[in-house]
Design a protein around this ligand. Structure first.
Ligand SMILES: *[C@@H]1O[C@H](CO)[C@@H](O)[C@H](O)[C@H]1NC(C)=O
Ligand SMILES: *[C@@H]1O[C@H](CO)[C@@H](O)[C@H](O)[C@H]1NC(C)=O
Length: 409
């Protein structure tokens, strides 16, 4: 029996990239990808209204696109449908997404690093087709041969590679039993993302205060504060505050969606591509007193548990799976897809503070700043502004720490 492990691993710290053409392909592609993203998000939040959620749509899409390059028949069609690859006509998905992938990543500057690394680790006993190997170049991916019959050294090789791909932040992405002598292939996308805010926070203004998990429960945590000009919108129907914070270089930004009440579920129910586009296009520069928690999240998702709910079933089914475009084996199937993300939101990058504070903006409400206090559950996303692609998305529902009752805060 042959297994295919697709492991998606990501590390984020904060964010940034480069101006790209908004060609018709890119527009369609980002619309399709956002629809997939919001759909996945809704599947991930099912069951537990209070849990933190985090994933990287771009990373998941890349790993699945790499599998899709070798998938045929219904296996390919199910990925097409769930990820909406078919919205790009005539199989041009891979060239369009590959181009976008190349433009989004591998841009490093002093303040921003965005790096996506892709590799297929194949057991040395299987022969990966030349055609498949060639097709991977669209994602700058290569195939590396390993001996999965020697699981220990295979794990070491893979961990060394991914440690390198994440600048050492994730040193051992695979557990020792992460592969076994049945493993045939591992597809890995490692995304590393780090950026300084355009307007950094002053550490001296960071204070402890309660984050309200619900009306009568709180967790004490550190909040950062600043008054600056941010893009802001208020959506009446949902009493929703929307705020966009740029990363240095302004190619990437973080969007916060926070209802004034605790009814995040209502916002989630209204979350679709058209609404999101409408809300983001309503953003205007405003003077804002911004209070947001410092947070550090680490998430591991088992995508083989959620993708079948979105119609991707054959890929994980040893009988039905058709990955015959990858290698001359008709018994390849995907055993698991592990998706790891780490996000660290902090004041970050004080050395840039002096240069970023000088900025002129049209300012009509300077003496009456809007108050944006993210002290209760909110949604966040890190997006590439030009293409509108969401690089990361999540929900922040509770900080770490003991839950305090009403009279304790
Ligand atoms: C594969 O591993 C299992 C234990 O995980 C072992 O029992 C089996 O003998 C191994 N097979 C080979 C071919 O090494
Ligand atoms: C969100 O989209 C739905 C469906 O298009 C629409 O009925 C609803 O009014 C939208 N909500 C908001 C707040 O714009």
């Amino acid at each position: 029996m042959q297994f295919l492990y697709a492991i998606v691993m990501i590390l984020v710290l904060d964010a940034n990239a480069k101006i790209i053409d908004t060609s018709e392909h890119v527009e369609k592609l980002s619309e399709a990808n956002i629809e997939f993203t919001l759909n996945l998000y809704k599947n991930l939040i099912e069951g537990d209204p209070m849990k933190n959620v985090m994933f990287s749509p771009v990373s998941i899409t890349t790993a699945l696109a790499i599998a899709h390059l070798g998938a045929k028949g219904n296996t390919a069609k199910q990925i097409d449908d769930a990820f909406m690859f078919s919205k790009i006509e005539d199989g041009r998905f891979h060239s369009a997404f590959g181009e976008l992938h190349g433009l989004l990543f591998d841009k490093a500057s002093e303040k921003v690093t965005a790096k996506s690394s892709n590799r297929v680790f194949a057991d040395k006993h299987i022969t990966v087709f030349e055609d498949y190997q060639d097709s991977l170049s669209v994602y700058s991916a290569t195939v590396e041969s390993v001996d999965f019959k020697m699981p220990k050294s295979a794990v070491k090789k893979i961990n060394d590679w991914s440690s390198d791909a994440t600048n050492g932040v994730i040193k051992s992405m695979l557990e020792e039993d992460g592969v076994n002598n049945d493993t045939a292939l591992l597809i890995i996308n490692a995304l590393y993302f780090r950026g300084n805010w355009d307007y950094e926070f002053d550490e001296g203004r960071t204070k402890r205060r309660p984050f309200y998990v619900s009306k009568d429960k709180a967790v004490e945590t550190s909040f950062m504060f600043q008054n600056e000009h941010f893009k802001y919108a208020y959506i009446n129907e949902l009493t929703l505050q929307v705020l966009e914070m740029d990363y240095a270089g302004t190619d990437y930004s973080m969007v916060l969606l926070m209802p004034e009440n605790f009814d995040l579920a209502k916002v989630e129910a209204n979350l679709n591509h058209a609404n999101l586009t409408k809300w983001l296009s309503a953003l205007e520069h405003e003077s804002v007193d911004l209070t947001i928690p410092k947070f550090k999240l680490e998430e591991t998702l088992q995508l083989q548990e959620v993708l079948p709910k979105m119609g991707v079933t054959d890929l994980f089914d040893r009988q039905a799976c058709d990955l015959t475009g990858i290698a001359n084996r008709n018994n390849l199937f995907v055993d698991q897809i592990v998706h790891k993300t780490v996000l660290d939101v902090n004041e970050q990058g004080s050395e840039a503070a002096a240069t970023t504070s000088v900025r002129t903006q049209c300012d009509s409400v300077a003496f009456n700043p809007i108050s944006f206090v993210a002290d209760h559950p909110f949604l966040w996303a890190i997006r590439h502004r030009q293409s509108e692609l969401l690089i990361f998305m999540g929900r922040f529902s509770r900080p770490e720490g003991p839950l305090l009752g009403h009279d304790e805060f």
